[in-house]
Design a protein around this ligand. Structure first.
Ligand SMILES: [Zn+2]
Length: 314
């Protein structure tokens, strides 16, 4: 099982022709089931899955409302708030969504999200409301490359090292904090041309690889990489087989950014950064065909497209 997963991870975005793209995704796949935000137990009288069969006297309250903005597309995101009462639980297609005391939350939509996803808010008073969210299809690009003939990933030594790296990366994203970086209007962490988009699917011969898990920004070695939103550094280290010098930022409520291939790291674990603070410098460490920044975003086990956050910024 592990071997299959590791092999699938490799060379996910290798391109012998493109300059300034990296070789793997920012995030190890498959993501583990994420610990959910502390979600109070559902009140016994909440009516289960929010079906119309509410107990007598628990008709929906008119003041209960979900405000939702963002980019409702495959690989997009939503930012919202449930108002009108004390929120007990928020669910996206049945999975617990972390939320703040005021009922604010962030969600992300899978690259292969179905046409409609279900957002549900359960209030402490026992009522609940359902909000179907229509998700627009995205035509992710495909590229066809020659079959791979060499597989360094086959060695047992490599697999052991990689498994250790993946567990460090996974552990860095295990905690849920209440930082409010997720509320910022995100800014690009580096200046440069987009050399690789999120979600592109590569084929080596007939073999499909993992879709590209982030946004590649081509920039000269040494160019500044800055925090796209505020957050806390939960991982800062070098020597990762694919990621090279890697920094991961926690933006709160289950949202994390990863910055790959850095030539230099200027922060340490535990640092709290404001939006725009320097993280390090663009490089080509790890597996990269040229200097660029790979910026990955991860929410609650979902990888999604950083470009959707940027296009929404004002
Ligand atoms: Zn990349």
């Amino acid at each position: 099982m592990r071997v299959v997963a590791l092999v699938a991870l490799l060379a996910a975005c290798t391109s012998p022709t493109a300059h300034g793209v990296d070789v793997v995704d920012a995030n190890p796949a498959p993501p583990p089931p994420a610990p959910s935000a502390p979600a109070p137990p559902t009140p016994a009288h909440s009516g289960g899955s929010g079906s119309p069969a509410l107990p007598a006297g628990k008709a929906p309250v008119a003041a209960h409302k979900i405000d939702l903005s963002g980019a409702p597309v495959q690989g997009g995101y939503g930012r919202g708030q449930a108002t009108g009462g004390e929120v007990a639980q928020i669910l996206l297609d049945g999975e617990a969504v972390p939320f703040s005391d005021e009922g604010r939350f962030f969600i992300a939509y899978q690259r292969d999200a179905p046409p409609v996803v279900q957002l549900q808010v359960r209030y402490a008073d026992g009522t609940s409301i359902d909000r179907p969210v229509e998700i627009a299809d995205v035509a992710f690009p495909e590229s066809r490359l020659p079959p791979i003939t060499q597989r360094i990933e086959a060695s047992a030594d490599f697999q052991r090292k990689r498994a250790e790296e993946v567990s460090r990366i996974t552990a860095s994203r295990a905690e849920r904090s209440d930082f409010e970086g997720w509320r910022d209007d995100f800014t690009a962490p580096a200046e440069g041309r987009i050399s690789g988009v999120f979600g592109s699917q590569r084929f080596y011969g007939d073999e499909a690889r993992s879709p590209h898990g982030g946004l590649d920004i081509a920039a000269p070695e040494g160019a500044a990489v800055s925090a796209p939103a505020s957050g806390r550094v939960v991982l800062a280290g070098g020597g990762y087989s694919f990621e090279g010098n890697l920094v991961i930022l926690d933006h709160g409520l289950g949202l994390f950014s990863a910055f790959l291939h850095l030539s230099r790291i200027d922060v340490k674990e535990g640092d709290v950064l404001a939006q725009g603070d320097l993280i390090g410098a663009v490089g080509a460490t790890g597996r990269a065909t040229g200097a660029h920044l790979h910026w990955g975003l991860w929410w609650n086990g979902v990888r999604f497209d950083p470009a959707t956050l940027l296009s929404d910024a004002t």
